[in-house]
Design a protein around this ligand. Sequence first.
Ligand SMILES: O=c1nc[nH]c2c1ncn2[C@H]1C[C@H](O)[C@@H](COP(=O)(O)OP(=O)(O)OP(=O)(O)O)O1
Ligand SMILES: [Mg+2]
Length: 181
Amino acid sequence: MREMVFVTGNKGKFSEAKEILAAKDIELMQNKDGYPELQEDELEPIAAYGAKYCAEKLKHPVMVDDSGLFINALNGFPGPYSAFVEDNLGNQKVLKLMEDESDRSAVFKSVIGYCEPGGEPVTFTGTVEGEIAYEERGSGGFGYDPIFDYKGQTFGELGTEEKNKMSHRKRALDKFFAWLD
Ligand SMILES: O=c1nc[nH]c2c1ncn2[C@H]1C[C@H](O)[C@@H](COP(=O)(O)OP(=O)(O)OP(=O)(O)O)O1
Ligand SMILES: [Mg+2]
């Protein structure tokens, strides 16, 4: 049994990762301290910096997850600004921005950052391709899940178990396990 601290204020991310990691005999503990927000347009450096910062501060192996939704018709928006946009605009306004767009394609991306005290951070990236729905569907999940359509169902319509089979987070965590072994 391996233990690590997942530094995140996001309950949805935490419960998904906890479930995925339990199958690998990794005990995950949530810490909501947070870390200084880097202003970057890529998720990888943000995750690397956060993992390193928190590992030194907590003196414990740490995992973070920096993620976002990249909509192709909007040139990748909201991307690294996903959390800001979710808090300040919300799904309805994103749908409004997409009103006249026929290209609905979008990518969810998750970057897992991991670091041990005194060590260098490593990152693992997972993506899943889908389409922006025309309206919110489903009450499961969190964040952009109700507007992200994957093969005809939104992530809000899938249960956590189904989402955890192929989500961006699952794919990033699978790369992380392969590296840990
Ligand atoms: O599977 C997902 N299903 C729906 N929405 C998602 C997902 N994955 C990321 N997202 C959204 C949530 C947030 O608006 C942004 C990530 O922002 P991000 O800064 O990484 O997370 P956060 O501020 O919610 O938590 P924290 O930084 O404490 O880990 O993308
Ligand atoms: Mg955040």
